[in-house]
Design a protein around this ligand. Structure first.
Ligand code: F6P
Length: 335
């Protein structure tokens, strides 16, 4: 244990496991590296769990030393792999997972992922009084208790790069493109990348989609000498996604030839941005230091550039709100 830090270690932790679960996000590897290295720095034995909760309940553990996380800080995906486990959702599956942890002598867990991952972590902490900390790893940025989730910055940069390319061809052919982005039930990816890519309109689940208004806007743009257009659509938008929005607009507005691009899983891959690597590194260390301070059943997040621990139940149940100022700015700048 490093002597310059004196943690009480009230749980008496000796061996801590780390897992990634749910949709992968760029920066998860940087985060695994930070958890493993900081754990070892503070004298803990570190273990990786393969394929999330599925691996946990089947006892798929792998020892992690400082070199096991070398050369991964720049890689997308997750070296621990990930999964969405149905069995872990059952009380028997959870019991099995807890038994595996006990049998392996593991006394703490860091779970990296989104809200499904946190629900799984919360159950473990609540039912078995097991020390657990969650870290926000999802491209969606839809977790309460952190300004940014690991992977969101990289994903939005990927989207902007893609839309810039679509803009070139849209302009060359004088076409109207509907570009669908991920974000399940949240419009964070759409609003941020829509502003950054300068799209005509941004359709998000947090705002009721009004096709007549959208058509009116596109018509005004056309009258003001716009010769091509881009509309970004969040996959969870109430209008039914990009294909549906394009169809509805096309029925009443025929000034443009209309095309649809669904960006899909390209948004989840790739090398993490500098921002995501630093965020992942800070949160990884915060998870270990939090556990050693006696934190559990919480998510470590970043609010106003400071580490904040938020109860897992709050992080999953409470939805973060889209900044209404971003919506306003997008509208002003898309005339
Ligand atoms: O939660 C991350 C996310 O990428 C969402 O934006 C998307 O709706 C979902 O995962 C897709 O999941 P899957 O990879 O299982 O199709």
């Amino acid at each position: 244990m490093d002597s310059s830090f004196s943690f009480e270690n009230p749980y008496g932790l000796k061996k801590v496991a780390v897992l990634t679960s749910g949709g992968d996000s760029p920066g998860m590897n940087a985060c695994i590296r930070a958890v493993v290295r900081s754990g070892i720095y503070y004298g803990l034995e570190m273990v990786g769990v393969l394929r999330g909760y599925e691996g946990l309940l089947n006892g798929h553990f792998t020892p992690m030393d400082v070199r096991s996380v070398s050369n991964i800080i720049h890689r997308g995906g997750t070296i621990l792999k990930t999964a969405r486990s149905m069995e872990y959702k059952t009380p028997e599956g959870q019991e099995k997972a807890f038994q595996q942890l006990k049998d392996a002598g593991i006394d703490g867990l860091v779970a990296i992922g989104g809200d499904g991952t946190f629900r799984g972590a919360e159950v473990l902490a609540r039912r078995f009084n097991f020390p657990v900390i969650g870290l926000p790893g999802t491209i969606d940025n839809d977790l309460y208790g952190t300004d940014f989730t690991i992977g969101y910055d990289t994903a939005t940069n990927t989207v902007v790069e893609c839309i810039d390319k679509i803009r070139d061809t849209a302009d060359a052919h004088s076409r109207l493109f509907f570009v669908e982005v991920m974000g399940r039930d949240a419009g964070f990816i759409a609003i941020n990348s829509g502003i950054a890519a300068g799209t005509e309109a941004i359709l998000i689940p947090e705002e009721k989609t009004d096709i007549d208004k959208l058509v009116e806007k596109l018509r005004i743009g056309r009258e003001n000498n716009k010769t091509s257009g881009l509309v970004i659509v969040a996959e969870g938008d109430d209008g039914g996604g990009a294909i549906e929005a394009a169809r509805k607009v096309g029925e009443v507005f025929s000034d443009y030839e209309t095309k649809v691009t669904i960006l899909g899983h390209i948004q989840r891959g790739g090398s993490p941005s500098c921002f995501d690597r630093v965020l992942a590194s800070r949160l990884g260390v915060a998870a270990i230091e939090g556990l050693l301070e006696g934190q559990s059943r919480v998510m470590a997040g970043l609010i106003n550039n400071k580490i904040v621990y938020t109860p897992l139940s709050k992080a999953t149940k409470q939805n973060p709100e889209i900044d209404s100022d971003l919506i306003r700015i997008a509208k002003i700048l898309s005339i």
